[in-house]
Structures are given as C-alpha cells and as structure tokens.
Design a protein around this ligand. Structure first.
Ligand code: ATP
Ligand code: MG
Length: 591
C-alpha cells in the first residue's frame, strides 16, 4: 500500500525502560511524576509537542502525574500572553495537567534555600564584573582562577546577599555563586551563578523582587519541591546535570542540619517534609525534535513575528501549535506524529512530510467532502434547459455513512477547474478536451463541443452537451468513462477565498546558512498564495470557523479562525494537498 509508514516503535523507549527499572527497585514506590516546564517567552512549537507527549504520556501510561510548570525566572522576556497561549495549546492538544505551578511561586523558598547554601559555606557573593568572571573561567585545558571574593565569611555573604535583595545594589554589581570547584572539568561546576540582580517588573510578582534565581538553581529545586521523579529535558542540558544534582543534593544536605535553620525553621521544615527530598528527582535527556524546512527555536520564531515575515504566532506557515491549529492540523495528527518519531538519545531531523502524512491520514478518516473550484472557468451545458435545476444528493464521507449527505444543485452554467481542460489534450489526459466525454461528479456525462477565447488567447468559456440518460453520474449502457471532474453550479455557488501555503523557507535547513546570511534571508515571500475568486458549493455557506473538510481532488482545508465569517465571508486555509510525499519518500527508500 502506498500510504503506509512504519508502525510506531513497539519496544519501550529508554525513558520508559528507566522508569520500569525504578519501579522494580521501588525507588519511588511506583510513583511517576513528570512535569512540562516551558518558559513563557513565546508560543509553543511542534518541538514542545514532542516533550509534552512524552511527559504527559508517561503520566498516562504509568498512572502517574504531570505538572505544568512555567519556568518564569527571566522577567524581561516573559509575558502573560505567552502563559495563556501555552495553557490553551496544551488543552487543545488534549492534555490535562495535574497541577499548574510557576517557578516564580517558589521565589520565597528559593531565596531561603540560597541563604541556606550560604550558611553551609556553599555559596558566596562575587563582586567581579561579568568580564572578569568570564576571564577567570579558565579553558578546557586550564582550570579557572578563584575569585578574590571566594573566601568571604558566611556573615559577610549573608549581609551582601540580603543587601542584593533589599534593592540597594544596581544590576550587575555582584552575583551569588555556588562555591563548587574552579578546576572542575565540567564548566558548569566552576562556581556557577545562582542569583543575579535585575531591577525588572515580573509579570506575576511585579516589583516584589529585584534579584532572580538562575535556571540551573531553580529547575532542580522546583522539581524537588513538587516531588517530581523523572525530570526530562533535551540533550543540550546534559552538561547541566551535575549542577542539577549539586543543587538538589546540597539542599538535602542542608535540610539535615537544623542548627542552620534559625528564624526560618518553618520554611525549612516544610521543605524537608516534601516527598522530593526523600525521593529526589533525577534528570534525563532526550533528543530534541528538528524538522526539515523550518526552525524550532523561540528566539527565531519571535523574530519572524516581530519583523513581519509572518502575520503572527498563529500564521499557518509557522511551526507553532497555534499555527498548525489554524492551518487545520488536528490534535490527533500531532500526537500521532510524536508517537511515530519516538524518543531517542541522539539528535536527528525528521521529514516535514511525515507530519503532513499524519494529518492526511487523520483527515482522510474524518473530514467531510465538498466540491470547490479553485481556478474557475465557465462550463456551459448547451442542451440543458435554462431554467432547470437538478439536485444531486452526495454523501459527506465516502466510507462513513454516519456523516450523512448534502444536496448539491446543478444548472446549465457551471464552474470547472481551468486545469481540467486542454485545447490540445494528449491521449492520457483523462479530463476535458473537444470531442471527449467526461463525468461530472455524481451528475451527468458531458461531451465538450468547443470553447471561446478572449483577445489575449485566454479561454473564457467551455461548451458541452450532456446526456440526460446518465443522471447521477453513471450510464445504463455501461459506457466507460475515465475522467471525473468536480464542478459548482454558477448560479448557486458561493465565492470564497482560499489560502494556499507552501514552505516558509526556500531551503531544507534554514538553521544552517551561507556566510553573511541569516535564516530570515531564506524566507520565501511566495509561501502564501491567496486565491480570491474560488467558487464553492452552497453547503459551505454556514461552516463554523475551525472546521476541517476536504475539497475533492484538491486537498484538505480548514475554515480560518480569524477571517472566516459564516454566512458572509468564506476564507479557507489549505491544510495540505492530497499528494502524499511521505509515501513517495518511503517508496524511494524501498520500504
Ligand atoms: P527554544 O529553544 O525554542 O526557546 P526551549 O527549550 O528554550 O526552546 P522551553 O520553553 O524552555 O523552550 O521548553 C520547555 C520544554 O520543551 C523543555 O523541557 C524543552 O527541553 C522542551 N523542548 C523545547 N524545544 C524542544 C524540541 N525541539 N524538541 C523536544 N523538546 C523540546
Ligand atoms: Mg529555554
């Protein structure tokens, strides 16, 4: 069969194997608790969908839990608009989080944990400039140089850290660093930054804070506070894992030293009681998703939006969840895609055609069928009475009767596709040419008798006669017809706008660019084609925005969620054509 691809991997991926092992040894008493931790600094893209399907999928398969946690420690780039969009996209994808937390909700606790680290002699305030810190970092071969502030007393560090918090110091004056090892082979352990001063308004905490915790400090500790068991992230965080472990282990060590708790004993005792500290979380890394022909980085996607290369985050050419949704992709097709690509430990690039294949398969099963003419030319049935109208009943789905049917009116003047006619057709052109007989879908057999042209040589009208004995689109005498064409009654049809999308980039890999160029230089200005003179059957008049359907012989479409207005202005986005390029790729590979 041409449209089959490999069945999803039946064997368990390496994360599930780890969980099985943990369950065997009783590490978390069978508990599985994951989290999806987006930073609200952009909209979710298809790469995030892979992480979502994995994290929420684990919770589902192991009867566990999955939290949504906004990793919002960088106030300058974050916004509630992104928080809202992420929640909407997750729901649309069909996932329900158990709890929704914010890293900013832990700012208090994180602050006291930092104080605890200071009291343990594991953190210090460094007054070196950013340049000095960089200069003293060392190289792959050379160890770094200890900061001259590294041996400050605990009291001095506490006072300085409290001054940082009090707002007395300007951005960049100093930072809090973990006191680990300036000679560590892993750079992440060469006294990493834990807290920095940033006088910036946070979208949730306002101006309560002027110091903000760094990602590495925040992440593992947030996982631990939530009782996360398996903390899954992408491969580029592999080097961060020892630091993740250091933060979690240092806290656990600190919580075993009540003499350090002082006046904040309540907070520390609360932390010590959390499951995360008896059964600490571990980080595992999997390969991030890359897809041919697009970029999956929020930094790049935000540039496309801000510089106007696309109409917004939900432009149907964007690889964002909202872009795919507006284009007509279904949640089922995206989940199917994520399942097929699986979870591995080495990076690779997936063909965009596979994603298209998934949506095509899903819509083939579920999308109702209609008739619409994209590039119209008039077809006049000369022997069909001027005032006659036939109504043909057509099923909405060829394989599923439960979809019902609709009536399609037929009259003397019809719209047909310009490409379905040739003046001088070769033998194998099974559509219309003078003297040839074709079937008009579910209506009649018609024979072309001639055509008209304007002064520029454009065909303006095609003429034909019909055989009344072929009503319904079949003939009693068993006459064979090779070609079937779609049509729309000119008198009854409705004008519609069709938006066709092709790849946003002119290259397969916009992540690797020629010298002197950036990825935006590869944006294809012709990737959106707007057809304003399309004619569609009347049954589409009241279609709701967001409805998926197929135009027979053309492709899958979706009523636009921004511009389509039922009853007045029809705007349809082409989700994908009917041609399955993934099947072709599979064939070429001999599968
Ligand atoms: P970007 O580079 O696009 O900004 P990010 O990793 O910074 O992505 P986050 O909001 O921090 O974005 O990501 C939330 C989660 O989604 C993280 O666990 C991250 O590892 C995962 N994720 C992000 N991009 C991908 C991808 N392309 N494939 C798989 N997982 C991804
Ligand atoms: Mg990030």
């Amino acid at each position: 069969m041409s449209n089959k691809v490999d069945a999803p991997e039946k064997g368990k991926d390496f994360i599930r194997q780890i969980i099985d092992k943990d369950n065997e040894t009783g590490k978390y008493q069978g508990r599985v608790h994951t989290r999806f931790p987006p930073e609200p600094n952009g909209y979710l893209h298809i790469g995030h969908a892979k992480s979502i399907c994995l994290n929420f999928g684990l919770a589902r398969d192991y009867n566990g839990k999955c939290n949504l946690r906004f990793d919002d420690t960088n106030p300058v780039k974050e916004d509630v608009e992104y928080v809202d969009s992420i929640r909407e996209d997750l729901r649309w994808l069909g996932f329900k989080w158990d709890d929704n937390f914010y890293a900013s909700g832990y700012f208090d606790k994180l602050y006291y944990i930092a104080e605890l680290f200071i009291k343990m002699g594991k953190a210090y305030v460094d007054h070196q400039s950013a340049d000095e810190i960089r200069g003293n970092r060392g190289t792959l071969k050379e160890p770094g140089t200890n900061s001259p502030y590294r041996d400050r007393t605990i009291q001095e560090n506490l006072d300085l850290f409290r001054a940082m918090r009090a707002g007395d110091l300007e951005d960049g004056t100093c930072i809090l660093r973990g006191k680990i090892d300036m000679a560590a082979a892993n750079f992440m352990l060469r006294d990493p930054a834990l807290y920095r001063i940033k006088h910036a308004e946070h979208h949730r905490t306002g101006d309560t804070w002027c110091i903000y915790p760094m990602y590495d400090f925040t992440h593992g500790l947030s996982d631990a506070m939530e009782g996360i068991t398996h903390s899954i992230c992408t491969l580029e965080f592999e080097n961060n894992r020892p630091l993740y472990d250091w933060c979690v282990n240092t806290l656990m060590e600190g919580l075993r030293q009540p003499e350090l708790f002082g006046e904040n004993a309540t907070i520390y005792n609360e932390l010590a009681a959390l499951p995360g500290f008896n059964e600490r979380p571990y980080q595992y890394e999997f390969a991030r998703l890359n897809i041919t022909g697009t970029v999956l980085s929020k930094r790049k996607l935000i540039q496309l939006v801000q510089e106007g290369y696309v109409s917004g985050w939900d432009d149907p050419r964007m690889p964002t969840i909202s872009g795919f949704r507006r284009r007509g992709y279904t949640p089922e097709s995206i989940r199917d895609f994520c399942e097929r690509i699986g979870v591995a430990k080495s990076n690779s690039t997936v063909e965009f055609a596979l994603l298209e294949h998934c949506v095509r398969q899903d819509l083939n099963e579920r999308a109702p069928r209609y008739l619409g003419v994209m590039d119209p030319v008039k077809l006049v049935i000369e022997n069909y009475p001027e005032d006659q109208v036939d109504e043909f009943t057509m099923p909405l789905h060829p394989e599923d009767e439960s979809y019902g049917e609709r009536a399609v009116p037929f009259s003397r003047e019809l719209w047909m596709e310009r490409a379905d006619f040739m003046e001088d057709p070769p033998k194998k052109f099974f559509r219309m040419g003078v003297g040839r007989e074709v079937r008009l879908r579910s209506a009649y057999y018609v024979t072309c008798t001639g055509f008209d042209k304007d002064a520029d040589g454009n065909i303006t009208k095609i003429r034909a006669t019909y055989d009344p004995e072929t009503k319904g689109g079949w003939s009693k005498d068993g006459r064979k017809i090779k070609g079937t064409m779609h049509w729309v009654s000119a008198r009854h049809g409705i004008q519609a706008e069709i938006r066709n999308y092709s790849n946003l980039f002119t290259t397969e890999n916009p992540n690797s660019v020629e010298e002197g160029k950036t990825f935006v230089d590869y944006v294809d200005p012709d990737s959106l084609e707007v057809l304003t003179n399309c004619w569609v059957e009347p049954a589409l008049a009241d279609m709701e925005p967001g409805t998926n359907f197929q135009f027979e012989r053309t492709g899958y479409f979706c009523a636009d969620t921004r511009d389509h207005q039922p009853g007045s202005k029809l705007v349809f986005n082409r989700t994908t054509t009917l041609r399955d390029s993934w099947a072709k790729i599979q064939k070429q590979m001999g599968k």
